[in-house]
Design a protein around this ligand. Sequence first.
Ligand code: FES
Length: 145
Amino acid sequence: MALYTDTVMDHFMHPRNVGEIADADGVGQVGNAKCGDIMKMYLKIKDGVIEDVKFETFGCGSAIASSSMATEMIKGKTIDEALAVTNRQVVEALGGLPAHKLHCSVLAEESIKSAIKNYYDRNGIEYDHSKFPDDCGEVESCRMV
Ligand code: FES
């Protein structure tokens, strides 16, 4: 059996929503301290809806496929719907990931949360800090996932 599903390979070879949003309303960056991979997520939000999303991932194929799929899953959704997206849902949508690559999908979930947290911070919106990952400019300061 192939290690990676056709869907994973498709999103790795042809990632959706790659890039930067210069005037993003929320930007999040998370990293995995073990492997050093970094994921950055940009959100354009209007009336509580994610109108556009782009990502930049400096990381493995599974991280790229996970971030690509995650952006597809949250585009056009409300902030609350995006916050409810879990790494397990991303993995399911990809048709699975090898066990030792599951942590890569966690970056996708956390980068979405981190970008929404940044949006909240910029707009002075109250939120429960314990439900959000730490931001990181440097991977060393990021939490292990
Ligand atoms: Fe680091 Fe995949 S090996 S995110």
